[in-house]
Design a protein around this ligand. Structure first.
Ligand code: HAM
Length: 413
């Protein structure tokens, strides 16, 4: 027997059983973004590798060890996008969107790729829905972004959601804090994991994300940036929190929230769900005021978030709906399959959902199949022009007029 091919590790097929819930989540997102005035953007699935090195940061886990990077046949290094923000900013600069009325507000939905150890809720190809508000540093934009994510999770009926927020301050405040944290980590080096020790100078804030107990113990007493915010940094954070309070968004300040991408400053946030186990973060984001300039654009403030579709579906209490169809067209004794095809086409044109037998089943088998797909009515084509219409809810059957099946089914004339 030849070996059967399998989907690559950490990837999965979306089968029809799961597709309806995904389509519903997309429709909910479309509705929410549309009502809030966001336009959809679709960027390519692969980009020049340098975009992510510059945008996401060389010392992040994503760029250091999680990217699907390869040379194309022309010898250019390209990378399957691990996240959306850098690409959306690239498009903003490339298309001169700074000349439009600001802010430019965009949303996206699509596949992303990270070479991570697969487990429930963590895949190598996954999907994100996200938004970016580019061209304003108004705290209102931070609050609006958080409110919209909260609205989406509410509409999708995700239970047990918690919102955590923090602030990384301005780049200046962060630089001063970074020195203080580096010194603290150096003083406690012996108790840090190998990985954290290696990155003390490169990316000290990542120590807050460490999973091993010894590093976690050190980090409990580490200086926290959000507790040291001063002046306008502190005011801005207070303003975002007040706006969240006004919008009825319950939230908690988490001083250890640093997030795994280098481009953040000021507000950062994450939504977690207690149903998700180890991969409990369902979505998150923050402000990234330096990124557009980093990518060669004008100095432009921006804020945004992304949420994982698979995590949303894992956490969702919604069950896949039972299938239903308006009509199943069956062929009885002496009936003609060609008439069934023509009738199904006519019914579908008229907006009904209709199926016919494609497997040569007996009439009994066809009625069983009609039941299986949740057909509300079965039209049985018999010899000559004879037609029977069976109401599957009541079980009643009556003779119909072959030329007026649509009218009989819909009650229209
Ligand atoms: P992120 O936190 O890296 O942020 O990813 C956002 C969400 O994507 C996560 O909260 C999680 O739900 C989902 N996710 C990430 N990795 C995986 C994976 N391997 N498998 C399944 N789901 C995953 C960003 O990507 C930023 N671009 C968000 C942002 C937008 N910040 C500003 N604007």
């Amino acid at each position: 027997m030849p070996e059967r091919p399998k989907a690559p590790r950490g990837t999965f097929d979306v089968l029809p059983g799961n597709a309806t819930l995904r389509a519903r989540a997309l429709a909910a997102a479309e509705g929410i973004f549309d009502r809030a005035g966001f336009g959809r953007i679709e960027t390519p699935v692969f980009e020049d590798t340098n975009l992510f090195k510059r945008g996401v940061g060389e010392s992040t886990d994503i760029v250091e060890k999680e990217m699907f990077t390869f040379d194309d046949l022309g010898g250019r290094s390209i990378t399957l996008r691990p996240e959306g923000t850098a690409a959306v900013c690239r498009a903003y600069v490339e298309h001169g969107m700074h000349k439009l009325a600001q802010p430019v507000r965009l949303w996206y939905w699509g596949p992303f790729f990270r070479y991570e150890a697969p487990q429930a809720g963590r895949y190598r190809q996954f999907h994100q829905v996200g938004l970016e508000t580019i061209g304003t540093d108004d705290p209102l934009a931070d609050a609006e972004a958080i409110v919209i994510l909260s609205e989406l999770l509410d509409e999708l009926e995700i239970p047990g959601v918690e919102c955590r927020v923090s602030s990384l301050g301005s780049h200046v405040a962060r630089a001063a804090y970074r020195e203080e944290l580096t010194a603290y980590l150096r003083a406690n080096e012996g108790d840090l994991s190998e990985d954290v020790r290696r990155r003390i100078d490169l990316n000290p804030l990542r120590a807050f994300d460490a999973k091993d107990e010894s590093t976690k113990g050190v980090m409990e007493n580490a200086p926290k940036l959000v507790e040291r915010l001063e002046g306008s940094d502190a005011e801005r954070f207070a303003e975002v929190r007040a706006l969240l309070d006004d919008s009825g968004i319950e939230h908690e300040v988490d001083p250890t929230l640093v997030r795994g991408l280098d481009y953040y400053s000021h507000t950062v946030f994450a939504f977690t769900c207690d149903r998700l186990g180890a991969q409990s973060e369902i979505g998150g984001g923050g402000r990234y005021d330096g990124l557009i300039a980093e990518l060669g654009g004008p100095d432009t403030a921006a804020v945004g978030w992304a949420a994982g579709i698979e995590r949303i579906l894992l956490a969702s209490a919604a069950a896949e709906p039972e299938p239903t169809r308006d009509v199943f067209v069956a062929v009885g004794d002496g009936g003609q399959a060609r008439r069934a095809m023509a009738l199904v086409t006519e019914l579908r044109h008229a907006g009904l959902s209709a199926e016919l037998d494609l497997a040569g089943r007996s009439l009994k088998g066809q009625l069983k199949q009609a039941n299986r797909i949740g057909a509300r009515a079965v039209v049985i084509l018999e010899a000559g022009d004879a037609v029977q219409i069976k109401d599957m809810e009541t079980g009643q059957q009556r003779s119909g007029d072959a030329g007026r099946v649509l009218e009989e089914l819909t009650g229209r004339d």
